[in-house]
Ligand binder design. Sequence first.
Ligand SMILES: [Zn+2]
Length: 388
Amino acid sequence: MSQTLIKNIGLLVTNNAEVDGTPLGLISNAGLLIEHGKVKWIGASESAPSAEKTIDASGKCVIPGFVDSHNHLIFAGDRSKEFAARMAGQKYEAGGIAYTVELTRKASDGDLLSNAQRLQHEALHSGSTTIEIKSGYGLTVKDEVRSLLIAKQLTPETTFLGAHVVPSEYKDKSDDYVDLVCGAMLTEVKPHAKWIDVFCDRGAFTTEQARKVLKAGITAGLKPRLHANQLEQGDGVALGVELDAASVDHVSHFNQSDIEKLAGSKTVATLLPGAEFSTRSAYPDARKLLDAGVTVALAADCNPGSSYTTNMPLIIALAVREMFMSPEQALWSATKGGAQALRRSDVGHLSVGANADFVILKESSYIHLAYRPGVNLVDEVWQHGAKI
Ligand SMILES: [Zn+2]
């Protein structure tokens, strides 16, 4: 039996509202006892049970590990030139994905795995102890299967995104491609995916096509989530709520009806400010969603085209500065919000029985995540009860 006590924690964020009546569930001068990868005990440091090993976290803030619920890590190459062109004035459209698809199809399994491992390593070392990974740069049966086989080696949160864009060989035959996604492709990938996803937006798939893809996935035993309303106001959010999707992602555009539908559902709105940052697009006002009672998550959306970052502290800083979230709301959305977007109750919070996934910050408060943008504030990352 190996127990570790993190003692004298300056400020502990539990995300357990029962602790103090606030969403972050804060405890000052706290103790956190971990055993067998789980949280065993939480409370005031002076009342903590003794343990074989102790870590002193005086003056530091401890937060739950980030739950980053939206990433595209299985790809080859980069699109730095496209980024530079966009910064020089070109507009972002969904079509740039085709370039990454071409490179991904040519890459070896080993190269795809090592690139994804490199990005996962970055994410973990910046505090993301749970990440979701999508396929979607293969877009053939063979390449989607191998993308998911690689993703499965890195996370249990694997998502089949065969309906990312229509590949060039199906140009002007998008319905035929949707049939492939819902047919042979789905049959082959389903043992390796937990989620089904679709990019429902201008230049990608229509609402009717998205509905067909998600329904086929649900019938095959996958759980739905989708990219919706990134590029324009559409019916993607309404579709997500209709199908009880765990999350609708981007939601850069929304109307009053979308807000009401989300607020009356279990579907989380996952905001991806890295995409607005990297495409120089208008940020959505998260306050409008939060004030209406919508559950909001934040994720990095790491991908080579529109948000090439794995860094959740940056995402928090952007959400606070640009989306009008408070530091409290942004931290909650990057941890417990992400867990709800993955329908997970074992991560995203620190309560007895939860996974011992947490980050020790170099500073005394989580506020510094937004207050000190671009500075590495991560002192230690613990995953499944072990320091990484
Ligand atoms: Zn995405």
